[in-house]
Design a protein around this ligand. Structure first.
Ligand SMILES: NC(=O)c1ccc[n+]([C@@H]2O[C@H](COP(=O)([O-])OP(=O)(O)OC[C@H]3O[C@@H](n4cnc5c(N)ncnc54)[C@H](O)[C@@H]3O)[C@@H](O)[C@H]2O)c1
Length: 369
């Protein structure tokens, strides 16, 4: 393991090259054109936002999951409960990028009609970066809150425990503003996202201090404890508060929707990832309170806090880092570490993409930084 990320070779991939290859891989897996495009839109957008853990690096997992029968291509949402403003749909292990998109589309319609909607999406395959779904709601002018679990995935130790009992259960809230960027808070409730440990492992670099424990519950910065026996675990973020939020994500995202929850009998390996998500969509116009300027005035007040001595900048608002990264990567391309870059090409071949495919050739031709 190197502790110098600069020593790791990185390929620079133009977003369009990544998008084309993802669509080719999905096509090889049997996805129709719409599904392939939704998956590619989502994964490339995650890389553009800086969340490589949920970007095109997921492709090997998706190919493996499809081969194992854990990911169903061209699935359609099944309605479980439809009570107007309250809706539960089953994602039947379909591509989460299509299942969540369709679930949010119905939720947006309902929130416009009733002022408020609760959408339970259960048993979808991996829905990826939750901020993407909040952005879909925000683009429609809606506030949204998302509680998500990863059913049957053992990765995170509860606060006060020493082995993995649940997963990285993400939480997300978005607050759109008129003429100003959306405030978008979106994170795993583990100290770091599992995918970030995977990226550190692939790069051969250490994980951030305090994010992992080994198989005996001792703190470690070695990401291999998640991938090699005997397994350690991720820590929950924020001590008892983050650990508590992770438990609420399991209860609201998993149990409330009737989705898969995590316990000994449901535990499975990481070949397939099953998310359930409870989303609450709010139409601010229904409350009539957003025109007062109070939100903007508060956010300006927060931003005006001076930078600490020696720091380059003062406070960043939720979503600011992703916006800045998106601007840079749209211009300069996506940095993809060599291990991930090769793994994606291998997965494409495993999915049946021939070596002379033009989108795979363009991927393979991406230069090192
Ligand atoms: N589908 C799943 O099963 C699953 C599971 C876990 C995580 N995820 C996704 O993984 C992604 C990454 O999660 P993460 O925990 O690594 O995110 P993270 O630790 O990078 O935190 C991101 C959040 O913190 C804000 N932020 C970052 N730096 C900041 C700073 N300096 N000042 C103020 N705010 C700052 C960002 O704007 C964003 O809202 C998320 O998009 C999440 O939805 C998905």
């Amino acid at each position: 393991m190197t502790s110098n990320p600069a020593a790791v070779t990185t390929r620079i991939v133009p977003p369009a090259v990544a998008h084309d290859l993802v669509r080719t891989v999905c096509d090889a897996l049997g996805s129709d054109e719409r599904e392939a495009r939704l998956v590619a839109d989502h994964l490339v957008a995650a890389n553009l936002a800086g969340h490589d853990s949920h970007g095109v690096g997921m492709i090997p997992t998706y190919v493996g999951s499809a081969a194992a029968g854990g990911l169903v291509v061209n699935a359609e949402l099944e309605t479980v409960t439809d009570a107007g403003a309250v809706l539960v749909v089953d994602g039947v292990h379909g591509f989460g990028q299509a299942m969540a998109f369709d679930a949010m589309a119905v939720g947006i319609e309902r929130a416009r009609e009733y002022g408020l909607a609760l959408v339970g999406l259960r048993n979808s395959h991996h829905v990826g970066r939750i901020g993407h779904w909040a952005e879909q709601c925000a683009a429609a002018g809606l506030i949204s809150i998302h509680f998500v679990n990863v059913g049957g995935s053992l990765m995170v130790a509860p606060f006060g425990g020493s082995d993995a009992r649940f997963s990285t259960n993400p939480f997300c809230v978005a607050f759109p503003r008129v003429g100003e960027p959306t405030i978008l808070l979106d994170f795993a409730t583990s100290a770091i996202a599992y995918g970030k440990a995977r990226v550190a492992h692939n790069k051969g670099v250490e994980a951030p201090e305090g994010s992992l424990i080994d198989h005996e519950g001792r703190p470690t910065d070695d990401p291999s404890v998640l991938f090699d026996e005997p397994h350690g675990a991720l820590r929950a973020m924020g001590l008892h508060k983050g650990g508590g939020l992770a438990i609420m994500c399991e209860l609201l995202g998993g149990a409330l929707t009737g989705g898969l929850t995590t316990r000994e009998e449901t535990a499975h390996d990481a070949t397939s990832i099953y998310n359930s998500m409870t989303s609450i969509l709010i139409d601010p116009n229904a409350l009539g309170s957003l025109d007062s300027g109070a939100a903007d005035a508060f956010l300006e007040w927060v931003k005006a806090s001076p930078a600490p001595a020696g720091a380059e900048h003062g406070p960043l608002l939720p979503g600011e880092v992703e916006r800045a990264t998106r601007a840079t990567r749209t211009r300069d391309g996506l940095p993809v570490d060599e291990t991930t870059w090769r793994g994606i090409a291998d997965a494409a071949r495993a999915a049946g993409v021939p070596d002379d495919d033009t989108t795979l050739a363009a991927w393979n031709a991406c230069a090192a930084a």
